[in-house]
Design a protein around this ligand. Structure first.
Ligand code: FES
Length: 144
């Protein structure tokens, strides 16, 4: 079996939603201290809906594919659903990632969460701190 699924390769070769939103309503940037990769997510939010999303990822192919898939999964969605996006859901949508690459999808989940938190902070909207755990929950962050 190939190491990477066709879906991963597709999103790696032709990533969706790459770029910057200059007037973003929320921006989230996270990094993995072990591998040194960085992911930045920009959200445009109207009402409670993510109307546009872009990403910049300085990282491995799995991180790029994860960002691409994750941005597709949250576009047009209400924030309540966006906050429920897990790295597991992103990995499943990619038809799997090798075990030592799961941490790359965690970066996508955390970057999106950080961007939503930034939006809430900018607008002084109250939120449940449990939705934004400090330092995330990246048990599989072993890098390479
Ligand atoms: Fe660092 Fe994939 S995000 S190796």
């Amino acid at each position: 079996m190939a190491l990477y699924s066709e879906t991963v390769m597709d999103h790696f070769r032709s990533p969706r939603n790459v770029g910057v939103i200059e007037d973003a309503d929320g921006v989230g940037e996270v990094g993995n201290a072990v591998c040194g990769d960085i992911m930045k997510i920009y959200l445009k939010i109207e009402g409670d809906i993510v109307t546009d999303v872009k990403f910049e990822t300085f990282g491995c192919g799995s991180a790029i594919a994860s960002s691409s898939m994750a941005t597709e999964m949250i576009k047009g969605k209400p924030l309540s659903q966006v906050l429920q996006l897990t790295n597991r859901a992103v990995t499943e949508a990619l038809d799997g990632l090798p075990a030592h690459k799961l941490h790359c999808s965690v970066l996508a989940e955390e970057a999106i969460r950080a961007a939503v938190k930034d939006y809430y902070d900018r607008r002084h909207i109250s939120y449940d701190p449990k939705d934004f755990p400090e330092g995330g929950h990246c048990e599989s962050c072993h890098g390479e």
